[in-house]
Design a protein around this ligand. Sequence first.
Ligand code: S3P
Length: 170
Amino acid sequence: MKNLILVGYMGSGKTAVSRILKERLNMELLDSDSLIEERVSMKISDIFNKQGENEFRRMETCLLEDLQDKSEAFILSTGGGMPLIEENRCLMKMLGTVIYLRAKPETIYARIKNDNTRPLLQTPDKMKKIEEMLERRKSFYEAVARHVIDTDGKDLEQVADEILELISEL
Ligand code: S3P
């Protein structure tokens, strides 16, 4: 089994779906945000506040480089901005099968409206911010992904089932 990499906007269900996939496929699960937090012993929000977004993106690139050497297959749940950098898109494609969990702004808003852990969404008009960022980002998600799964109106199990079906055909 090749590595599986889930990408998508914040709140698209990457973390939750990858947990289901881990159980079903009995594969190791890696979460890029958690790995970075461990590496630097800082919360994502502190990295953004103290070192800035560019430095965080650099850490994401370093992590992807290091993962290239890993021999056992894994599922990687990525931070929503990882595919914005061309080098990251390249590294992700080299790592394995990239799947984009696509969601409409309304779906995302419903999921993350009360979240206060994501530095990029700490703004009064969250819906507007989500719409703008998604518009800017969607081409990057599509460019890196081998498969796109629409998640609107589906529960997490359904999304995981679709992924399992897709990879069984590979
Ligand atoms: C980010 C998404 C977050 C985290 C950071 C930046 C982004 O991960 O990496 O807050 O730029 O979309 P999640 O997608 O897991 O929330």
